[in-house]
Write a protein that binds this ligand. Structure first.
Ligand code: PGA
Length: 239
């Protein structure tokens, strides 16, 4: 599974064009699930495009959701509003944590609301700084997010190991090595058996294979390299 996190990019014209290009390109790529996460406002138009000549490898995801069910929360979007529009939703992304102070408790509430609305959460977990303590830190965040969930519900969540120091928009970002990401993902899957683990942080068409060859890694979350549809298709082909 490869997830494209478009973040706050693309006009509607670009979003439509790029989505169509990915959709057409996917017809020749088997055994992969491509999840496109555009801005909230482009979800409905892209869902319409996805429906015409639907391609089974393609799905839509949201980049965030409210931790509240409904009510007076100006500017927020609820899990119920996303139901039937997306199959997946990213939560706990480090940019939400850094800029808007999302806490593990809020991420946990989001995960619960998404599951209640039959949307698969992609919960990001990662350390700010690489250290000997990183694995412990990452598992600890994941435990806080998944703590109320029974085993079958845990299996319905996807965890994305995304070290903050590896995200391309951060100064001096460096991708993790496949070996390092695989080691952390292995520790996560030992703690949460049967939960799918993705890796994210500076993934592109050249390094994708380094991550997907790891037994513990089931795919990737891609930011900047997913913005160019040609490069994104190349990532899907190389995965
Ligand atoms: P990047 O972003 O691929 O540009 O490092 C990944 C992410 O923030 O999800």
């Amino acid at each position: 599974m490869i997830v494209a996190n478009w973040k706050m990019n693309k006009t509607i014209a670009d979003a439509v064009l790029d989505f169509e290009m990915i959709k057409n390109g996917l017809e020749n790529i088997d055994d992969i699930k491509a999840v496109i996460c555009p801005s909230y406002v482009w979800l409905a138009p892209l869902a319409e495009i996805a429906k015409t000549h639907s391609v089974r490898q393609l799905a839509l995801g949201a980049q965030n959701v409210s931790n509240e069910e409904k009510g007076a929360f100006t500017g927020e979007v609820s899990a119920q509003m996303l139901k039937n529009l997306v199959e997946y939703c990213i939560v706990g992304h480090s940019e939400q944590v850094a800029h808007f102070g999302e806490s593990p408790e809020q991420t946990r509430a989001k995960v619960n609301l998404l599951l209640k609305n039959q949307i698969t959460p992609i919960a990001c977990v990662g350390e700010n700084v690489k250290s000997d303590n990183s694995i412990f830190e990452v598992i600890n965040i994941a435990k806080q997010i998944l703590k109320d969930l029974a085993a079958p519900q845990r299996r319905a969540v996807i965890l994305c190991y995304e070290p903050v120091w590896a995200i391309s928009s951060n100064p001096n970002a460096q991708p993790a090595t496949g070996g390092y990401a695989g080691k952390v993902a292995r520790a996560l899957s030992k703690e949460f058996p049967a939960t799918k683990i993705l890796y994210g942080g500076s993934v592109d068409s050249k390094n994708i294979r380094e991550f997907t060859v790891q037994d513990s890694i089931g795919g990737a979350l891609v930011g900047s390299a997913s913005l160019d549809p040609k490069e994104f298709l190349e990532i899907l082909r190389n995965a």
